[in-house]
Design a protein. Structure first.
Ligand SMILES: *Cc1c(COP(=O)(O)O)cnc(C)c1O
Length: 453
């Protein structure tokens, strides 16, 4: 499917030589997070806040009502959330984690359990900061890079039931249900699974709070893969998904099609009251939270645009296109491809490099060197160390190629695919890395490496 938009404004990107990239990579300590944007040709580090806004959104920026209270742009955002997601109340926040902070504080008591379909880094951090114990209740297939289950984000109802039996429903304030599941590779949740989780939760008076960050991608997968939803619109499917939730946290930087912003949405009046008393401490007035009027306008407009069938089908088609190209060339990738990225399996790419010599980190470095394409390590470096100081050895040792929304064309994806395929041909000559500097926490952001001799 060709791009369902045309280009009105362009941003030149750096076309660099291998010699230039060698210097840049050394300067960055073989860590793609430390590369300067101006040294990167195609930037697939993340799809967070890297979206291209439309002319309609840019026009909306000029209509920002920057009143301290009661901005009309807040009304527009509220209308979008009510109409598209179906929740009654909305509290704007500076981004997704701002909403996670408030939700966790108003709902969690120390010693509570919060089950989720895998975890997201910031979501779990806020739950734990408020004294909750996180439990992963995703289906086993999600942890298997070779399973082709169409809904690898689904919750395992038996795991949920077992947790309720073990700790009691009164110690589970809510189930955190992410649609799609980022860390499983952008894998979707089926509507029949959402319904079944809702029924079980209602029987036990447990609330469901969704992570709505990637809800449009999830809806498109439902339309493509779940029986009975082929003829429904994306808007209808999104509404139905959220009809089984009590609220959601949202990062506008993903499916909201903006560069910054987010919100907490709730149905319950009491919870909303509590949220408004906290948002003034951490973000700002309940009618702007962490956002400017113009940013709320851009987000409201982005939410409507994200429901467009052509937009979201093209987005998923781009990811599938890159996945198919790599797969056809025999490159080991995680399957089925998810909603926002392709994951290369670095263990199979460089079987000669032991995991503690950082095969995925090296693969990301080599890909940059080869082509100027920036990707991200998601393996042992990202996993960090345990309390005794030993590396965690995650099952999956991956490199993530994340596709920003409406930014790159198929020709760019061809460059990416060809670079990976070229690297694969010379893979047996490559050795691993060792640390030159290792920070104590979240080491992947700022660690520095050098190649082993
Ligand atoms: C990005 C993301 C978040 C956090 O949102 P921020 O805007 O980065 O704070 C939460 N959940 C998921 C699934 C995400 O992808």
């Amino acid at each position: 499917m060709a791009e369902p938009y045309k280009i009105k404004m362009v941003e030149p990107i750096a076309v660099t030589t291998r010699e230039h990239r060698e210097k840049a990579l050394k300067k960055a300590g073989y860590n793609t997070f430390l590369l300067d944007s101006q040294d990167v040709y195609i930037d697939l580090l993340t799809d967070s806040g890297t979206n291209a806004m439309s002319d309609n959104q840019w026009a909306g920026l000029m209509l920002g009502d920057e009143a301290y209270a009661g901005s009309r742009n807040f009304e527009h955002l509220q209308k979008a959330v009510r109409e598209l997601y179906g929740f009654k109340h909305v509290v704007p926040t500076h981004q997704g984690r701002g909403a996670e902070n408030i939700l966790s504080q108003i709902m969690i008591k120390p010693g509570d359990y919060v089950p989720g379909n895998m975890y997201f880094t910031t979501t779990r951090a806020h739950q734990e900061l408020n004294g909750a114990i996180f439990r992963d209740i995703i289906i086993d297939e999600a942890h298997d890079s070779q399973s082709e289950h169409p809904f690898k984000g689904n919750i395992d109802l038996e795991k949920l039931r077992a947790l309720i039996d073990e700790v009691g429903a009164e110690r589970i304030p809510y189930i955190c249900l992410a649609v799609t599941v980022n860390l499983a590779g952008g894998q979707p949740v089926a509507l029949n699974n959402i319904k079944a989780v809702y029924q079980l939760a209602r029987e036990h008076k447990i609330k469901i709070m969704m992570d709505a960050t990637r809800c449009v991608e999830n809806a498109c997968f439902i339309k493509q893969r779940e029986k009975g939803y082929e003829e429904k619109t994306i808007k209808e499917i999104v509404r139905e998904m959220f009809s089984f939730a009590d609220g959601c946290t949202m990062s506008g930087k993903k499916d909201g099609l903006v560069n910054i912003g987010g919100f907490l949405a709730l149905n319950d009046d009491d919870l909303y009251q509590k949220a408004t008393s906290l948002v003034v401490v951490y973000e700002g007035m309940p009618s702007y939270g962490g956002m400017t009027g113009r940013d709320m306008e851009a987000l409201a407009r982005g939410m409507y645009e994200s429901m467009d069938y052509n937009f979201i089908t093209h987005r998923l088609a781009q990811i599938e296109y890159l996945g198919d190209k790599l797969d056809a060339a025999g490159i080991p990738i995680v399957k089925p491809v998810g909603g926002h990225a392709i994951f290369l399996d670095a263990r199979e790419f460089y079987p000669q490099i032991p995991q503690d010599e950082f095969p995925a980190q090296m693969l990301a470095a080599q890909l940059y060197l080869q082509s100027g394409v920036r990707s991200m390590e998601r393996g042992i470096v990202s996993a960090g160390r345990d309390q005794r100081g030993n590396h965690y050895y995650p099952k999956l040792e991956l490199v993530r190629l994340t596709i920003p929304r409406r930014v790159y064309t198929y020709a760019h994806l061809d460059v990416v695919a060809n670079a990976v395929i070229d690297l694969y041909k010379t893979r047996d000559q490559v050795k691993g890395l060792r640390f030159v500097y290792e920070p104590p926490v979240l080491r992947f952001f700022t660690a520095r490496f050098e190649p082993l001799p």
